[in-house]
Design a protein around this ligand. Structure first.
Ligand code: CUV
Length: 629
């Protein structure tokens, strides 16, 4: 990208963001955009994936031009292998992150099962039993607790190499599983597949770029149908399966007269306990004694999505709003677990009266107060954290508080169970709508923000273009907040949709964009695709569906994109991963994968072009099914 300084209006679509960026500039607070500017231009070797730092014969840089010196690293690896190794580790890190988050849910479920915790319980016993049936856990004569313990055992094996396979892969259509089998990318075990990637990419192990790329697909699948899907299903089991409900989003969900606590990160294990604690009558009294009207809890990023989906807790913002939320000067305390938490937040908290609290043994932040949460102390620790916020409120400087006005209303809570319920208990109405063309296709818009792109511009415009074309949009992760702020998560946004989608939304009373959850909840979309494909007797790659991560930045998002593609779903990315130093790997991603798994990636930073690319895929697939385009 060019080094020219962008105006505030070019950094974000939103007024709440622009106001806070201006406030940051006035107050001399550094933000992600300032640091991006300092880092631009980036190292071109790194941008193309052509640096290797995996041993101390190097580090090496591979010449991207196929002549002259430095065509190979010291070990002899050329551009293709170097790019593939880097990409493989990138995917492994993403898969590891979702899956290690899933592991925490398995641990809590086990603790519930073994009676080791009273802070957590099974809130959705029906779902527990449904899952037990699905993975073959006998529960006829078992208590809820015993069933929980037995189910946790099964998922522990999904992480291991005791069994060759992950339980929920059975949700994929048989045709899809055969594709994986034939290609040699069937996921075998979450930890096994991730660890094997680290092994394969050590110097002198897998030295064929194609082979590493295929294992990357397997690692991604073990995330999507393994770690992420386990995280989603067990979060529902422990905290409740989401049902449609109303809430609000943007920075105005912060309250000037209340103690504001923000939860940031990913795991409902921490944020759900905070939600319990802020409702404690004793703590509410303490808050009033400190002069506050109440205690206000709001979410950021994916743990915000978890609380929004299940409990309707308001959403303060997505990834690029996390720093700006603190710059309001109205936040007493930010409590984090892991992932997507910019280390800069500790510094920014220090510019105000804001306390910054880390909670996970695996995610310490220099300068933060560490209050470790375990399943035996979580409620007590959550109360301690709320007390810290009450204390901090006394130090708030009203002169420095500026909260943008006007929260946006949104609808949330569209778990697959809720979607099926809205359809009257079977997927048939959706299938009929797809067949008669009133809904031409279904597209998941997912993922992060990236400061290289104008904040939320791509999310919002892509969604608007797609619904105009009668494409139903499912949203997760940070994309959700963008689409919520744009008003697209409300039923009356059906007015912006094409006539077919509009009539379907109006008859069901649903918005044209459905919030289906956090990033791990992209597994819900995989599951839904499996259900639709099975109902039609086809493979997922035959469906008129697609995915898009228009503003992605993280390793996790890359893993999501790759498991979508490896599951047969065409996937658009707003920015390419760092692979362009290899023509071979780039061609594989953009075209070659079509021949292997029936889907590939498309890249464009332009949401209007992206909508056309996705529309072309939907047309092709509709034609393939013998439907009107
Ligand atoms: Ni997990 S991974 S910035 S919070 S969506 Fe948001 Fe979602 Fe990307 Fe992170």
């Amino acid at each position: 990208m060019s080094k020219e300084k962008r105006s505030i209006e070019e950094l974000s679509l939103w007024e709440d963001a622009q106001r806070m960026i201006a406030k940051a500039q006035r107050e001399g607070v550094e933000t992600v955009w300032d640091r991006l500017e300092e880092q631009t231009p980036h190292c071109t070797f790194c941008e193309q994936g052509l640096t290797c730092q995996k041993c101390v014969m190097g580090p090496c840089r591979i010449n991207p031009k196929d002549n002259g010196k430095k065509q190979r690293g010291v070990c002899g690896a050329g551009a293709d292998l170097t790019v593939a190794r880097n990409f493989g580790r990138f995917i492994a890190a993403g898969a590891a992150s979702h899956s290690d988050h899933g592991r925490d849910l398995v641990e809590v479920l086990e603790a519930v099962g073994q009676g080791k915790t009273t802070d957590y319980a099974v809130r959705d016993e029906d779902k527990l039993r449904r899952l037990a049936d699905e993975v073959g856990v006998e529960h006829g004569d078992k208590s809820v607790q015993e069933t929980a313990a037995a189910l946790a055992e099964v998922f522990m094996d999904d992480y291991s190499f005791r069994r060759n396979g992950v339980s929920f892969a059975a949700r994929a259509p048989e045709k899809r599983r055969r594709v994986w089998e034939e290609t040699g990318i069937t996921p075998r075990g979450v930890d096994r597949d991730v660890v094997e990637m680290m092994h394969r990419t050590h110097m002198g192990v897998d030295s064929d770029a194609t082979s590493i790329c295929l294992h990357s697909a397997r690692v991604a699948l073990t995330d999507g149908w393994g770690g992420s899907m386990i995280a989603t299903e067990l979060s529902d089991t422990l905290f409740g399966t989401p049902q449609p409900r109303q809430s609000t989003a943007n920075l105005s969900v912060l309250k000037e007269d209340q103690i504001n606590i923000l939860v940031h990160g990913h795991s409902p294990i921490v944020s759900e306990m905070l939600l319990t604690a802020v409702q404690d009558p004793d703590l509410l009294q303490e808050a009033r004694d400190a002069g506050a009207a109440g205690i206000n809890l709001a979410g950021l990023c994916c743990t915000g999505n978890e609380l929004l989906m299940r409990q309707g807790v308001p959403m303060a913002g997505n990834h690029l709003m996390t720093e700006l939320a603190l710059i309001t000067g109205a936040v007493e305390l930010m409590v984090v677990d892991y992932q997507c938490i910019m280390p800069s937040l500790v510094t920014i908290a220090g510019c105000y009266h804001t306390q910054f609290v880390s909670t996970s043994e695996k995610a310490h932040f220099t300068g933060a107060t560490h209050v470790e949460f375990t399943y035996t102390n979580a409620i007590e620790q959550a109360r301690n954290v709320v007390r810290m916020a009450i204390e901090a409120y006394r130090n708030r400087d009203p002169q420095r508080v500026e909260i943008p006005e006007g929260p946006m209303q949104l609808t949330t809570g569209f778990s697959n169970e809720a979607i099926l319920e809205a359809l009257g208990g079977t997927p048939d109405p959706l299938l009929d709508a797809l067949k008669n063309g009133s809904v031409r296709g279904v597209v998941g818009i997912v993922g992060c923000n990236n400061p290289k792109l104008k904040h939320d511009h791509c999310h919002v415009n892509l969604a608007r273009e797609l619904i105009k074309k009668d494409v139903l949009v499912l949203a997760t992760g940070c994309a959700t907040v963008a689409l919520g702020k744009a008003g697209l998560l409300m039923p009356d946004a059906a007015g912006e949709a094409g006539s077919g989608l509009q009539s379907v939304c109006q008859s069901l009373g649903i918005p044209p964009v459905l919030h289906v959850g956090s990033c791990v909840d992209n597994a819900r979309i995989l599951h839904l695709c499996g259900v639709l494909a099975n109902a039609l007797g086809v493979d997922i790659s035959d469906l008129p569906v697609a995915a898009s991560a228009p503003e992605w930045y993280s390793e996790k998002a890359a893993a999501i994109g790759l498991y979508a593609v490896a599951s047969g779903i065409y996937t658009h990315l707003g920015l390419p991963p760092n692979i362009q130093g290899s023509q071979m790997v780039t061609d594989l991603a953009l075209n070659g994968l079509n021949d292997v798994v029936g889907a590939a990636f498309g890249v464009s930073p332009d949401p209007f072009e992206a909508a056309d690319m996705i529309d072309a895929r939907i047309r092709e697939k509709r034609k393939g099914l013998g439907l009107s385009e």
